[in-house]
Design a protein around this ligand. Structure first.
Ligand code: 9MR
Length: 347
């Protein structure tokens, strides 16, 4: 009884007292932020760094509860010679994720880049005809999705299938299989892992009107045909030299209104070098707005950065004179963008 009374007194006190300071204290790290926001927070993983750099591994596993293999699951990596598979890097990413309670985004099944040479040469030379190509694509999807069945939360089934003019991209897939390859890819992936969430993923989809309309059309068409598509992936590759895509939230809403879940799948914010305090502050603001856009939409379930450290980034190799796109510097010290993410709250 005494215990009950003191328990009641404690509750009464708690109700009367002002909110303790820690109720809105800043989360210690991105994992804690992810719990408070109820949004998965992920990073792309560089499989070579994961294997070779202890500090990289430590920070990755400390901060993130979701991961995407940056290159390790791409076709040229997993099947460099026809029929000769190499799952070493992909397995390592998935196994590290399991040990560290991270969910996994599979990236990517159907793309026009990073295809193995044997496939491109076979198609170009005519040695692989359309019928065989379709069989090869089906085999690739069934094999890879099947291998990781139950271990992948979401797959980027088709990646970048709309070009910069808003047309279906003129890839070997469209050229030889026709537009039906998109529906086929989703159906095959679903067959191989019925519980994985299946996404269409693209860049510039945050703002590019033509790409948005075409992609909405694809989604509506797939849904009308009852093709298993579950998610829309916004890559989120931004640069501070461009305006922030001010209507991103509205664009995301148009897709989630169709019943899709959404994810920001490859966020980074590049800048013209050198980095200055002012540029880093702008970058922080862009990152914060991207995460806030996800948090504000009930169907947005994942915010993933395309690498977390400037030590490993695709940006300097692809955009001359640009870099510093990530939330930590080369020594893994948090940049203003990291703190800006930690400050995001659910409204
Ligand atoms: O970050 C990836 C880089 O290491 C590769 O060289 C490049 C090859 O195309 O792909 C990069 O990742 C891309 C991702 O798979 C799809 N969206 C765009 C990403 C940046 O190019």
């Amino acid at each position: 009884m005494k215990r009950l009374l003191s328990g009641l007194a404690a509750i009464a006190f708690a109700l009367a007292a002002p909110l303790p300071a820690h109720a809105d204290r800043t989360p210690d790290d991105l994992r804690e932020l992810s719990r408070t926001l109820r949004v998965h927070i992920g990073s792309a993983v560089d499989a070579t760094a994961l294997a070779g750099e202890a500090d990289y591994r430590r920070v990755l596993n400390q901060e993130f509860n979701h991961v995407t293999a940056e290159n390790a699951m791409k076709w040229e990596t997993v099947e460099p010679q026809r029929g000769a598979y190499d799952w070493e890097a992909a397995d390592a990413v998935v196994e590290n994720a399991r040990r560290n309670r991270q969910q996994v985004r599979g990236h990517t099944l159907v793309w026009h880049n990073q295809l193995p040479a044997w496939l491109i040469e076979g198609v170009d030379s005519g040695a692989i005809d359309a019928k065989e190509l379709r069989k090869i694509l089906r085999g690739h999807i069934m094999t890879e999705v099947g291998r990781y069945r139950g271990k992948i939360r979401a797959w980027d089934v088709v990646n970048e299938v709309v070009d910069d003019t808003g047309k279906l991209r003129d890839s070997i897939w469209l050229k030889h299989l026709g537009p039906g390859y998109i529906a086929d890819a989703f159906r095959w992936a679903h067959q191989a892992d019925p519980r994985a969430k299946l996404y269409i993923n693209d860049y510039n989809l945050e703002w590019d009107a033509k790409k948005i309309e075409t992609t909405l059309g694809i989604v509506k068409d797939l849904k009308a045909k009852r093709v298993p598509i579950h998610g829309i992936g916004f890559q989120g590759h931004l640069g501070i030299q461009y305006d922030y895509p001010g209507d991103f939230a509205g664009v995301m809403r148009r897709f989630t209104d169709l019943g899709l879940e959404a994810a920001i799948t490859e966020a980074d914010v590049r800048m013209v070098m050198p980095a200055t305090a002012e540029k880093l502050a702008t970058q922080a603001d862009y990152y914060q707005r991207m995460l806030s856009t996800c948090v504000a939409n009930k169907r947005c379930v994942e915010f993933t950065v395309w690498g977390f450290t400037d030590r490993h980034s695709w940006v300097p190799d692809w955009f001359e004179g640009e870099g510093a796109a990530n939330i930590m510097d080369e020594n893994l010290a948090p940049k203003p963008a990291y703190d800006a993410l930690l400050a995001v709250r659910r409204k």
